[in-house]
Design a binder for this molecule. Sequence first.
Ligand SMILES: [Zn+2]
Length: 293
Amino acid sequence: MGRIRLFLVFVLVSLFAPRAEPAQVADQSVVLTPREVVAGSPELISVRAAADSVDGEWLGHKIRFFQSSDHRSWIALAGADVEAPSGPSHISITLHTRDRGNVDISETIEIHPAHYRTGTLTVAPQFVQPPPEALKEIEEESKLKAKVFAASASDPLWHSSFHAPVPAQATDSFGTRRMFNGKLASIHKGADFHAATGTPVHASNSGVVVLARHLYFEGNCVIIDHGLGLYTLSMHFSRIDVQEGQHVNAGDRLGLSGATGRVTGPHLHWAVRWQGAYLDPVKLLKLDLNSVR
Ligand SMILES: [Zn+2]
């Protein structure tokens, strides 16, 4: 009798006990910050999982993960391009493990519509229709930029949160669809900061200066590689104070703001580029990265 009762208890417990999840599913999580993804959002992707390495792909861009400073998570700084279509997107993430092989933890990420404005601008005519003698220069500069953007450091070079390059609020200008002189349409892929000519511009985070020279549209331009495909670009300087190849830390002076290149007046144009995608610089400044790295 005792044995039968014991057997019944065992059967009942087996029937009603919650089915144990396989350990690897329960232990993994993917968190995106900010949680609401829109076209132009930089996203801190945090994967909590035991793995030897992690990689992924999102919207055609390769995601490269590194370990957080507490070694508990795999981290990537990524984002959805300013022109990314809204709707569901597939983010593929693969854990490479010794004991379980490759584990796919892909997810569907909803990209919400961003409501960017439309504006008009009037600039000098040679920047809308560059004269024939400038075309060669523009072509060479575009090759140079492509080379720079193809050779990002294989480790993250940034530390802690990003800081504003000038002590001013950015104007609400990222993503604006712009008509130049009523003709050429373009999307504003950076944030404009009010800055009188001569305002010191600082590195927003640590990295390597990979371009520091005059370009046709950008004027005096400084590009910093922060590693793993992440760059910040500062344009229209009146003077450049850094050299290509130089390592900089957050707060180091890059130069003085100005009005060189395609501009309507003195200001700082500051852009964030990740793996070819342009992200909202103001949102990057708001990301708390202090505990990450
Ligand atoms: Zn601008």
